[in-house]
Design a protein around this ligand. Structure first.
Ligand SMILES: [Zn+2]
Ligand SMILES: [Zn+2]
Length: 233
């Protein structure tokens, strides 16, 4: 038994391992029960914008969206558990699945680094952690790529002085995000940007615009779930 498995085994004794979809007790080596896994609805969406029906491609600041499931049913419950109940199983599970997906699509080969949508300090204090960061760390581990937590910063966390500079730099992008660590040179690089849910795309677009202004050549917007319209509509 390696150290990681031993730690999981010991954790299980003190903190029972539960399915993020239904709350059922799981053995220490499982991330989600088989029944909930089967209820996750795979996406049938446009491979560029990740939506059904297609979003306006000319408005996209990222190059492609990669998502796993429809934001509904078990997926919605598991994401809720990830955000509010401190259950990190779903982030690890989806990190592995996203990693596989990115490899199958040949995206991981070109990727240089992984980052996430930053969270304001206030929100982070309330939630305890940034779940997008957790997903990004899992994806980075799966792909064996560096994870840059400081690439982007939420504008609420900037000092007044930095806020003014950032506002100038951001120009067209929304003012919620700004470049973080200036030592990180991402000129000409391909960046994987992670979040949990892709709804209107405003957040991912704002972050992608920021990364492009920092010199990134390509940005892949990667998330667990995408909101889609019913096929009957
Ligand atoms: Zn379950
Ligand atoms: Zn599309």
């Amino acid at each position: 038994m390696d150290l990681c498995k031993l730690r999981m085994y010991l954790t299980d004794i003190f903190l029972p391992n539960r399915c993020p979809g239904c709350g059922k007790l799981l053995t220490w080596d499982k991330l989600m029960c088989g029944s909930c896994r089967k209820k996750l609805v795979s996406l049938d969406v446009c491979p560029i914008c990740g939506k059904r029906p297609c979003a306006d491609h000319s408005a996209l600041k990222f190059d492609r969206a990669v998502c796993l499931y429809e934001y509904s049913g078990k997926c919605r419950e598991a994401i809720y558990a990830l955000k509010y109940s401190g259950g990190i199983n779903f982030a690890i599970y989806c990190g592995k699945e996203l990693g596989k997906n990115l490899e199958e699509q040949g995206i991981s080969r070109d990727a240089d680094a992984v980052c996430c949508v930053p969270m304001s300090r206030k929100k982070r204090r309330r939630r305890g952690y940034n779940h997008a960061q957790l997903i990004a760390r899992c994806v980075a581990k799966e792909l064996d790529k560096p994870f840059y937590n400081d690439l982007l910063v939420h504008s609420d966390n900037l000092t007044e002085h930095h806020r003014l500079n950032a506002a100038k730099r951001l120009e067209n992008a929304e003012k919620s995000f700004a470049p973080g660590n200036k030592q990180r040179d991402i000129s000409g690089r391909t960046i994987i940007l992670c979040d949990d849910i892709y709804t209107t795309g405003a957040t991912l677009n704002a972050c992608a615009a920021c990364l492009k202004q920092m010199g990134a050549q390509r940005v892949y917007a990667v998330s667990i779930a995408s909101t889609v319209q019913d096929k009957d509509n």
